[in-house]
Design a protein around this ligand. Sequence first.
Ligand code: 1PX
Length: 215
Amino acid sequence: SVTAEEQKFCLKEVLDTFKLCLTENKEVYLEHYVAGWRGLVKFLNSLGSIFGFISKDAVNKIQILVTYLNGENGSQYVTVQSMVKYELDNELVDITRRGSHPESGCRTLLRLHRALRWLELFLERLRTSSEDSKTSVMCAEAYNESLAKHHPWVIRKAAGMAFCVLPGRPAFFEVMNVSPPEQVVPMLGEAIPLISEVYQVTEGLYAQHNLLDLP
Ligand code: 1PX
């Protein structure tokens, strides 16, 4: 059915979306950024309901950003750069502690941005892994090097438990829906630098404005 088709993850599609993310002068289009995340959430959903608490949080954050994008000030949210400028200029960001703007675009995107670093590290491990490598280990290592430092104990614990039930590498590659499957590794080789560049540009922007620790 059409719905099943829409739900199905496809690595190529996500790759194409991240390709569209950067403008000529290296700004990040919010529309394509959230579309990339939508695609990744599809992947997570196809792994089973145990990942529901993770995808729920991602969907929630995607939705917050989409609401800004489609809202009356949507033109200010075309790129991450314009969003940051607009929200800072208009004091729409809680800088040191949560206050009247607990769901600013800036703090919401920062959560996804940190998760993008996890993705980059995880995909790089996946790309260079051997047939019998464990996805759960690769995933946990990538998590510990990135997102974990921003999560409280209870979330780290829940995440760790979810990682344990990740399917093995062959099943994982299958869910990526790349044909022929031998194309997965080269496709990852193409995707990772794109994801990495989007990450670096956003990281630079947030660092420049001292936004890397937004509550
Ligand atoms: C081709 C392979 C693709 C794999 C795609 C997998 C997509 C994963 C999407 C993960 C999105 C995670 C967003 C997390 C944002 C976050 O850090 N939120 C926390 C803080 O938010 P707050 O608003 O409270 O400041 C929030 O507390 C998070 C709760 C949910 C738990 C997050 C655990 C993240 C683990 C990430 C690894 C996903 C494992 C997927 C296995 C493939």
